[in-house]
Design a protein around this ligand. Sequence first.
Ligand SMILES: [Zn+2]
Length: 277
Amino acid sequence: MTDLIYDVEEVSSHTVANTTGLGRGNVGAVSLRNFVIAIDSTIYAKTAQLFRKNLENHFNLSVKFLIFTHYHADHIFGIGAFKDIVSFCSEQMLKNMQSNSIKQAYEQRVSEFIKADPLAEGVVFELPDVAFNNKLIIRDEDLYIEAIHTGGHTSGSSIVYFPYEKVLFAGDLIFTNMFPFAGDATCNPEQYIKALEMMKEMKPDLIIPGHGKVLKGYNALDEYIQFFKDFRATIKSAISDGIAPEKVEITASFELDRPDLKVSSVNHWYNFYKKAL
Ligand SMILES: [Zn+2]
């Protein structure tokens, strides 16, 4: 494992990301004037350690804070590499992690993961230090970032925006060119679409997704907004036509590497709108 490479790619002069998928969930970071803020921690302790080391090498500054976009394992299990610094998440994300069902499932997942995958050594399920409501601003001299709680992909999901360079970290609200996972138990379809529309209104130049490659220009979001609106319309008409969820046909130009994500997304949205009717 000594030859594992987990580098950072420059997105803009103050921001970097790793979108290779080697740490499962993407990670990113912003350098302000005197320190770096990391966003998400990958699923592995080893990739998280390399991420932090490479951030410090790239910017020649220390990583001072870590912000989590949401509670999914592929974004939080590397937290151990950032134990000595302050980590942030939305209050709802903290509640997600403290709920009995998630806590139990994730603690079990950690122990199984460590047994099954040599790269998983050092993985932990630990809560972030500080929770914010609605919005968090971290400022350093003339630069700042905003973390905004949007919900959607999960009820605790947040995005992070760096206005100085118009770079937006979307977390798992965006899966670039692949069928998204929209089947989390806490996923709210209406908030999902609202969050994407809000992201577009912010007019970012660069969007770093939770999975897949960086999107350029806010018009790139149109395809994703349309996808979810079409998805919603298909689900709603299936419900009113009495079509069972397993018979619902979704047409999307996205890659479908994991059909299980599609099945869980369809089931979740179906049940959500069925209840709402
Ligand atoms: Zn996720």
